[in-house]
Design a protein around this ligand. Structure first.
Ligand SMILES: [Zn+2]
Length: 154
């Protein structure tokens, strides 16, 4: 894995797995996503730096000191942190209320820790338009929520 030398962006993703009848109750976990990336895709580690599960818990994937494998477009793997929401955003109920609450926590924390401006919180589709799953968040609201929380943290 390559070192991540500069952090300019935080990029949001979805695993994009819709909650079909068979999958209801079979929540994806850090381990299941890691298994998919390592065993099925042949990567050395999970591609995202953070994962936000459906219950709102935040899991650390690839350590931030290493480049992720989450947004090849425009070289973004070299200067961004990848945060992935678990679930199917085109299905009803996503993001879950718990995931929305988790974003209000993790995004301001990462902006502050890595000195990333709120305007540089993006979703994957901003760099790679052909990613329909990674295009479903109301980024205006996400950024407003992040700014509101940041004002209480500084
Ligand atoms: Zn994505």
């Amino acid at each position: 894995m390559q070192p991540l030398k500069s952090i300019k962006y935080i990029i949001l993703h979805w695993t994009g797995v819709p909650a079909t009848k068979e999958q209801i109750g079979a929540v994806q976990t850090l381990d299941s996503v890691r298994r998919y990336h390592v065993q099925n895709l042949g990567w050395s580690e999970i591609g995202y730096h953070y994962l936000v599960l459906e219950d709102g818990s935040i899991k650390v994937g690839r350590p931030v000191k290493f480049q992720g494998s989450h947004c090849k477009a425009r070289g973004r793997n070299t200067d961004s942190i990848g945060v992935c929401l678990v679930g199917g955003p085109l299905s009803k109920g996503y993001p879950t209320a718990a995931q929305q609450a988790a974003l209000k926590h993790i995004l301001p924390t990462l902006c502050l820790r890595h000195n990333v401006p709120v305007s540089n919180i993006k979703q994957h589709s901003d760099f790679e338009p052909g990613k329909p799953f990674c295009a479903s968040l109301d980024m205006g609201a996400v950024r407003l929520n992040t700014e509101a929380k940041l004002r209480t943290m500084k």
